[in-house]
Every structure is written in C-alpha cells, then in structure tokens.
Design a protein around this ligand. Structure first.
Ligand SMILES: Cc1cc2nc3c(=O)[nH]c(=O)nc-3n(C[C@H](O)[C@H](O)[C@H](O)COP(=O)(O)O)c2cc1C
Length: 362
C-alpha cells in the first residue's frame, strides 16, 4: 500500500520524473459524479512552474483520463489518469547517480531500492509526481464544491515575509483559487517573489508556510481513534515532498495559552452550533465540529541548490563535494499550495464517504 492512500476513496500514484508517463488511479468515487476537464486543467496550471521563481522545466501536463469516466460522469469504477513527461533532460543527473544530494531522497532511495531505483530527475521522489496527485484531487475538489465544500490555500510565509491572515474565508478562497502566486495581499506576494529571486541569484533556495482553509464540512466527520480528521490530513500532507510539519488551528501556539483563551466557546447562530473562536481548527476529538478546518504546513527550502555542498558518493563510500546541475525550483511553496488543496480534497471525500457512504458526493 506504499503508493496508495485512502480507505473508502483511495488514490494510487505512479511514475517517475523522467519516465514516459506519471499518473494516478482514483478509486471509490460513486457513479454519476460530474467531471470537469477545464477545472482539472486549471488546477494543473496553478501547479505549473511560474517564471524565474520556478524550475525552467515546463510541461504541458496534457492529462488524459483513460478509464472510469464516460461523457464527463464517473462510472463508479477506478479512474485512471495519465500525464506524459515531455521536457526531460536526464543527462543533467548522470553525475548525481551515486552522489547524494543532501536532504533529497537519493541516499535513502539507494538504501531502500539498492540501486534499482530510477534516479533520473529524482525518479519517484520528484515533485513532478505531484501533478498526478493534483489531477486526481481536482476531481474530488470539484465534486466537493457541488456539495458546498470549498478549499483554498495561501502562502502564509515565504523567505521571511508574512501574508495577512484569512478574512472572509469564502471570498478569500475564491480569490486564491484564481491566483498563480497564492497570497491574500499582493504586495506581500511581490516581496516574497523578490526573496525567492534573491536566494536563486545566490544559487540558494527558501522555504515557507502554507495555510489551508476548508469551509462547509458538516459536523461529525472523522473516525477516532486512528482515522481522526487530523490524522488523515497529516498522513496525506506528509506524503507531499518537502512538507516537514503541520499544525491545526492556533497550532503550537495553543500550548502557551490558558484554557480560558484556548477554548472555543460555543454559541447558536441561525439554528446552528458555531464557536466564537477557532483555535482548534474546526476539529474536536478528531471529528469536525462544523467550523472551518484550518491548518498550516511547513515547507522546507528546495534541497537541490547550486552551491557546493559536502556529501558522500555511496558507490565508493567516499566523501565528496557536490555541485548540482539540472533544473530546480528555488522555492516550492508557491507550487505546493495547489498540491495541498488537492490532497485536502482527497481526504475530505474519503472521510465523507466513510461517514455517510460514497453516494454522499453524487
Ligand atoms: C511541487 C514540488 C516541486 C519540487 N521541486 C523540487 C526541485 O525542483 N528540486 C528539488 O530538489 N526538490 C524539489 N521538491 C522537493 C523534493 O521532491 C523533496 O524534498 C524530496 O523528495 C525529499 O523529500 P522530503 O523533503 O519530504 O524529505 C519539490 C516538491 C514539490 C512538492
């Protein structure tokens, strides 16, 4: 099950950075769910490299759905999506075949796959594979929107610059889903882009924080103990390459609060139970409470940088210095944000199907 996630709605990813195709198999969706190819294409566009702040490797992401969909409706059988890899330059990686890039997966892949791994362009560990996750997640995200459930992510921090906080969530989500650089305050976005360019000019990279809001989830969703909504979201988020941390609601800061400040007092609003604050990020006891689900991930700086770095050649077991070649993102945050949306959508569909049955999304 290493490349599959999900209980009732599951996704399997396959492919390597420089193989012929990457893809996803999305299984467990009810028959009759509408598929919107333009919506999938739009989400893939948001993941695509963006000018000088991204890798020069540009791909058309000309996806094809090869099973499970007829006349833009799910049939209820597995949906297989394939995306060709077209802009491939494997020669850039010949030096790095046995010289491990620090903080990338070259050495650990060698330990696990004993040299049989496809190391070209990071192989199965490349951020390229996230295109397939985005395509599958786009199907889920569109289906959720038909049920009034909306997901959006912004770059909360990048290169030491902070975006403003979420305000009116629904309008923020609508605006973010139209932006290639997803910030709430465009001026802050310009400063972040400059910080990425400054790092890139020095052959370096930067990291950041992504904040996601999920609005419209009904209360009562989540499967304690082990498939709490926090567990499911954390599981999928840590599957995204470069994610190093996750926090919900007030996050780690909640540990410095007193109970009187940390608790979210309940009240009634138009016949619904709501809470005055949302320090718990919409989840109590692993179950949605009907408030927006809010979480943040920490995205590390791109591991492949263009500065010389100490490392080891694991073929000869000798120390060496690596001066990487190839095409790389000087930051990952702005591309990972739509991956985070897609992964969140998969989890919401899975959790809803476990709670209410697969027909809930029909
Ligand atoms: C959208 C996206 C793009 C990425 N681009 C690069 C890249 O250009 N160069 C690189 O070294 N890592 C890139 N990464 C990160 C690596 O894939 C990741 O750091 C590596 O697989 C090791 O996994 P870990 O960081 O989770 O330990 C990217 C990740 C994502 C999500």
């Amino acid at each position: 099950m290493k490349n599959t996630i999900g209980n009732s709605v599951a996704v399997t990813l396959f492919g390597e950075s420089h193989g012929e195709y990457i893809g996803a198999v999305l299984d467990g969706l009810a028959p009759g769910i509408e598929i919107n190819p333009e919506y999938i294409a739009h989400m893939l566009t948001l993941r695509r490299p963006d000018g000088r702040i991204s890798t020069p490797r540009k791909e058309a992401d000309d996806f094809k759905i090869v099973s499970g969909v007829v006349e833009n409706r799910t049939t209820g059988t597995p949906i297989a999506i394939i995306i060709p890899n077209e802009n491939v330059k494997s020669g850039d990686y010949s030096q790095m075949r046995t010289v491990a890039r620090p903080s990338h997966a070259d050495y650990t892949a060698q330990c696990k796959y004993h040299g049989y791994q496809d190391s070209r362009g990071g192989g199965h560990f490349s951020g390229r594979i996230t295109a397939a996750l985005v395509a599958a997640g786009a199907i889920c995200k569109y289906a959720l929107e038909q049920k009034g459930i909306y997901i959006g992510t912004h770059i909360k921090r990048c290169g030491g610059i902070a975006d403003s906080d979420f305000g009116d969530l629904l309008s923020d989500i609508t605006s973010l889903n139209g932006k290639t650089f997803a910030v709430l305050e465009d001026e802050k976005g310009e400063q972040m882009r400059q910080a990425v360019l400054d790092a890139a000019a020095e052959g370096d990279s930067v990291g950041g924080v992504l904040e996601t809001a999920i609005v419209g989830m009904p209360a009562g969703v989540g499967e304690p103990w082990f498939d709490t909504l926090e567990s499911m979201l954390s599981h999928v988020m840590f599957s995204i390459p470069a994610v190093k941390g996750i926090e919900f609601g007030a996050g780690f800061a909640i540990s410095d609060m007193r109970g009187s400040g940390a608790n979210d007092p309940f009240r009634m609003e138009n016949g619904r139970v709501v809470s005055a604050t949302n320090n718990n990020g919409g989840i109590n006891g692993g179950i949605t409470n009907g408030m927006p689900i809010i979480f943040r991930t920490a995205i590390k700086p791109t591991p492949t940088i263009f500065k010389p770095q100490d490392t080891v050649d694991f073929a000869t077991m000798t120390e060496t210095v690596l001066q990487p070649k190839g095409r790389h993102d000087p930051a990952i945050v702005h591309r990972a944000r739509v991956v985070q949306d897609a992964a969140s959508a998969l989890v919401m569909c899975d959790a809803l199907a476990m709670r209410f049955g697969t027909d809930f999304l029909k």
